[in-house]
Every structure is written in structure tokens, then in C-alpha cells.
Design a binder for this molecule. Structure first.
Ligand SMILES: *[C@@H]1O[C@H](CO)[C@@H](O)[C@H](O)[C@H]1NC(C)=O
Ligand SMILES: *[C@@H]1O[C@H](CO)[C@@H](O)[C@H](O)[C@H]1NC(C)=O
Ligand SMILES: *[C@@H]1O[C@H](CO)[C@@H](O)[C@H](O)[C@H]1NC(C)=O
Ligand SMILES: *[C@@H]1O[C@H](CO)[C@@H](O)[C@H](O)[C@H]1NC(C)=O
Ligand SMILES: *[C@@H]1O[C@H](CO)[C@@H](O)[C@H](O)[C@H]1NC(C)=O
Ligand SMILES: *[C@@H]1O[C@H](CO)[C@@H](O)[C@H](O)[C@H]1NC(C)=O
Length: 462
């Protein structure tokens, strides 16, 4: 597995030297214990000062680092947190969309998940990930597009660093393609194998998990989400809503779906103006030109932005919503982990997939006639991603999903013979270029100072 991923880094070796990498070979951990007196109970309590556990990227054998460091601050942090805080919970509740975790796991609620069920999913997934005592082991038996698999595993490894001691032992299967793989119809009698995917739809039973782009999408030079969100926010401040171009904007690969091809026909011509401005991206050309025309932070120039699916859900959704422009959703078929909680006319304006040009034209005219209302929908959409989908909640979602999922397992999770232990070192150290930069940039540098948000029970009503 490590070998296959290494191919990408060689291809892009040429930009490697551009990036500053932390090569410090020493792990720096000095957890300290403070003894403080509690005034109310005059009892001595011990506080673990977890602020001071610092993880470094310990490339102990440079780009040949193929194994995980032995003296690992993660192991240290794992044991501490396991003893002291794995049951403590936070005073703030999770965002509303965390409820979907229960929904996604429902197919196994009565039966649990047996090893036999898992094995049936091996031919429709690409990765098997085991988490045992806070460490991750991965077996790759199918090909993934670009480096989705690498970045997905990277995200899980970072979760283990953020919440040491909290992720239970488990095994899971991951499907890294665009489409969903578990068809509801097919599993009316048989309990489906549990498969994690990046998206779901009303006719599927896939368990939805955050996609790779939260840690960066190197092939398209899209930075890790935390950084993109900051950049978009910065640049979005520069043009006030009323000063933005009063049309609906979309930019992307036009040929991936029927809806996108239709959207192209809504572009302005000498004869017709549907209030729509469409810009096609050819990623091959952009790669050669250094992606200067596809910077997400330069795309908050219009009052309205369009979200349209490609082959399935699109990672662009969160970037589009973040612009402070009113987002129009061309009726999507798929959902990702948070989009089921977006509310029409509050966070976005819905566009029918049957009359795309007409609906967009109508919505733009409406918005320009009701600027305060249109602006407010834009603001609400942006607030949703800024507050509810910030990186800390992405990790919290992963954590709570894995905790609930692990409760369903009816077998002892194990490390399979073909699995390789993965850690930040053997994932990032052999890489170069943007692949490495995005991993270093999105690396969790210390355990969370706060417990994760408090999860709803399935019975809580809103
Ligand atoms: C470091 O990498 C070299 C080259 O692959 C290898 O020969 C050597 O055994 C490695 N050393 C360690 C400590 O892993
Ligand atoms: C799971 O099953 C239990 C009974 O075994 C039931 O009380 C609970 O509501 C179910 N949860 C969901 C999310 O359906
Ligand atoms: C996967 O294997 C199961 C048997 O374990 C079989 O029923 C199913 O048709 C296979 N699916 C695919 C897509 O090959
Ligand atoms: C849509 O129209 C704009 C403005 O005329 C033009 O710049 C752009 O290239 C057109 N897009 C496509 C995909 O033809
Ligand atoms: C991409 O490059 C090809 C030629 O290499 C050119 O024909 C095409 O118009 C370009 N596409 C875009 C969207 O710029
Ligand atoms: C519109 O979306 C529905 C499902 O949401 C789909 O069944 C239908 O084929 C779509 N129609 C077009 C024209 O894309």
C-alpha cells in the first residue's frame, strides 16, 4: 500500500522543494501534572495539562520512513486520556446533523454487525481499517481515484491524535468511489454489510463519512478545509453582497452529469440571458497553469452561487456555501454527512432539476428584488458551514459515528495479516509536494483541550 501511494509523490517531486517541512526527529512530549487545590471541596485534584502534549512529525528515516516510531507520544497520550477522560463529556451539544448518525446505523440496530456481514462487504469496498488500542491498521485491496484513500486514512489517523483514548476498537470497510454501493432494494431481507462512503442517497444504506477534501485535495490544489474556510472568509469580506455581480455563478467540470451539461445551456448568449454565468474548468489545463484560475477564495464575486452535482455529491458544496452569497441547490440526489440538515429558503434556494435555467432566472430576479432576504439566505448558509461544519465538528462527527458504530460490532476486532500499521509518519514522510504540504498543514499537533460535543440519544426530540 505504501508503495502504491509513493508513486504519486515521485510524479510530483518537482514542487517538493517549495515547501517547508518540519524534520525535527524528536518527539516532544512533556505532559505535566499540576496539583491544584479545589476551593469548594478542599480536595486535591489532579489536572492533566494536555495542552503540553505536542505531536511532531517524526520522519526518523527521512523519506524512507516506512514504519511508525516506537517511542510515540500518541501511545502516551492514549493511556492518559483513556484513564482520565474518556467518559467526560462536554457541556455543549453537537450540531443538529449529528442525529443522522443514528439513522445511518439503523439497519444494524436490531441485529448488530457480525463478522459474516462484514466479509460480505469486502468485494464492494477498497479499504479495511482496524483500530486497535488507538492505532490504525489498513489493508488496501482495491484501487481508489487519485489519493482519496490516503487522505481518508490520514483523517482517521489525525482523529486518533486529537482524541487519544476515545476511539474504540473497531473494524470498518470503506468505499472511496463517487456513487453509493448499498442499494436498499437489494437488502430488504438480508442485513447489508456495513460500508462507509462519502455520500448517501434515499435508496442507499451507505454509512456517510466526511470525504478526503477536509484534509486537502492535492490533485486540484484545494487546501485543507480549515485553511480554505479562512481564505474564503477573508476574501468574501472584500466585496459586500450588494456590490457583487447580480447573477448566479458556477465554475467547474461541466461534463460530469446531465444537470451540469444542462446548466451550461443556461449561460448568457447574445439572444438569451438566464441570469446565469457558467465557467468551465478543464482540470488538465489548470494543472499545467498552476491552478491560478480555480482559487476558491476568488469565487465569491457574485450574489448567487450554484451547487450542482457531478457524478454524485460534490466536495464543492461547502466552498460554495461559505461565500456569503445566496446558494442555489440544483435538486441533489446525494447527501454528505451534513447536508441533510440544510433547510431550503433558510440556508439555500432550491432549484428544480427539470427547469434549471427558468428556475435560476426566477430566483435571481427574486433576489435582486428582495436583496435583504437574498442576502440573509446567503449569510445563513455561510453561518451553517462556519459554525457547524468547522473542522472540530468534522472530527467530532467522525468520533461519534465510530463510537456508535463500534457498539454494534458483535465480534472482536483484529489486525488482519495483510494490514499495515499507519501513522502520520509513514503516510506523510515518503510524500512530496502538495501531498506532503497538505498533510503537514492538516496534522493534529496536540490532543484536544476540550472533550467532544455531547451526542444526542436517538430518542431526543428537537
Ligand atoms: C532507512 O531507509 C533505508 C533505505 O530504505 C534502509 O536501508 C534502512 O534500513 C532504514 N533504516 C531504518 C532505521 O528504518
Ligand atoms: C434501536 O433498537 C432499540 C431496541 O432494540 C430501540 O429502542 C431504538 O429506538 C432503536 N434505535 C434506532 C435509532 O432506531
Ligand atoms: C459480493 O459477494 C457476495 C457474496 O459474498 C455476493 O453475493 C455479491 O453478489 C458480490 N457482489 C459483487 C458486486 O460482486
Ligand atoms: C459563459 O458566458 C461567459 C460570458 O459571456 C463566458 O465568459 C464563458 O466562457 C461562458 N461559459 C461557457 C461554458 O461557455
Ligand atoms: C484546454 O486545453 C485545450 C488544448 O490543450 C484547449 O483546446 C481547451 O480549450 C482548453 N480548455 C479550457 C477550458 O481552457
Ligand atoms: C431529477 O432528480 C430526480 C431525483 O432527485 C431524478 O430521479 C430525475 O431523473 C432527475 N431529472 C433530471 C432531468 O435530471
Amino acid at each position: 500500500m505504501v508503495k502504491r501511494w509513493a508513486v504519486f509523490s515521485i510524479t510530483f517531486f518537482f514542487i517538493y522543494f517549495l515547501f517547508l517541512i518540519d524534520w525535527n526527529p524528536y518527539i516532544n512530549h512533556h505532559d505535566t501534572y499540576k496539583i491544584t487545590k479545589s476551593t469548594s471541596h478542599s480536595k486535591t485534584i489532579r489536572i492533566i495539562n494536555r495542552h503540553q502534549t505536542k505531536y511532531k512529525l517524526n520522519c526518523f528515516n527521512g523519506s524512507h520512513t516506512k514504519t511508525c516510531p516506537k517511542d510515540d507520544s500518541l501511545v502516551h497520550a492514549f493511556h492518559q486520556d483513556h484513564q482520565h477522560s474518556s467518559s467526560s463529556s462536554s457541556s455543549f451539544t453537537c450540531p443538529e446533523y449529528f442525529r443522522w448518525i443514528h439513522e445511518d446505523l439503523k439497519p444494524w440496530n436490531n441485529t448488530g454487525i457480525t463478522r459474516e456481514m462484514m466479509e460480505r462487504g469486502l468485494n464492494i469496498s477498497q479499504l479495511r481499517i482496524s483500530i486497535i488500542k488507538g492505532k490504525a491498521y489498513v489493508e488496501v485491496y482495491g484501487g481508489s481515484y487519485q489519493t482519496r484513500d490516503l487522505y481518508t486514512v490520514w483523517g482517521i489517523v489525525q482523529l486518533l491524535r486529537l482524541y487519544p483514548g476515545r476511539v474504540p476498537d473497531l473494524e470498518l470497510l470503506f468505499e472511496t468511489g463517487d456513487a453509493t454501493v448499498l442499494d436498499k432494494q437489494q437488502f430488504r431481507r438480508l442485513t447489508p454489510p456495513p460500508i462507509f462512503s462519502y455520500c448517501g442517497q434515499k435508496d442507499s444504506l451507505d454509512i456517510v463519512f466526511p470525504d478526503w477534501s477536509y484534509w486537502g485535495w492535492a490533485e486540484t490544489a484545494i487546501k485543507p478545509w480549515e485553511k480554505v474556510l479562512k481564505d474564503i472568509k477573508e476574501s468574501s469580506k472584500k466585496i459586500k453582497w450588494k456590490d457583487r455581480i447580480p447573477y448566479a455563478f458556477w465554475k467547474g467540470n461541466s461534463y460530469l452529469s446531465y444537470a451540469r451539461r444542462t446548466l451550461r445551456t443556461c449561460n448568457v448568449t447574445d439572444e438569451q440571458d438566464w441570469n446565469t454565468r457558467v465557467y468551465s474548468v478543464n482540470w488538465n489545463n489548470e494543472t499545467l497553469q498552476g491552478f491560478k484560475n480555480t482559487k476558491l477564495e476568488d469565487q465569491c464575486t457574485h450574489r448567487y452561487k450554484i451547487y450542482v452535482e457531478g457524478i454524485s455529491w460534490s466536495v464543492s458544496e461547502k466552498y460554495i456555501l461559505a461565500c456569503d452569497s445566496m446558494t442555489m441547490f440544483i435538486k441533489p440526489t446525494y447527501y454528505d454527512f451534513f447536508s441533510r440538515s440544510l433547510v431550503p429558503y433558510k440556508h439555500f434556494w432550491p432549484i428544480s432539476n427539470k427547469s434549471i435555467c427558468e428556475d435560476i432566472k426566477y430566483a435571481v430576479d427574486w433576489g435582486n428584488a428582495h436583496p435583504e432576504k437574498a442576502k440573509a439566505i446567503g449569510r445563513e448558509g455561510t453561518r451553517f458551514v462556519e459554525e457547524n461544519v468547522k473542522m472540530m465538528f468534522v472530527y467530532d462527527y467522525m468520533l461519534h459515528l465510530l463510537i456508535e458504530y463500534a457498539k454494534l460490532l458483535r465480534f472482536e476486532p483484529t489486525i488482519h495479516p495483510d494490514a499495515v500499521e499507519v501513522c502520520s509518519e509513514n503516510l506523510a514522510c515518503p510524500k512530496g509536494g502538495l501531498w506532503k504540504k497538505f498533510m503537514v498543514d492538516s496534522m493534529v499537533k496536540s490532543p484536544s483541550h476540550t472533550p467532544p460535543c455531547t451526542m444526542f440519544s436517538p430518542y431526543d426530540k428537537q
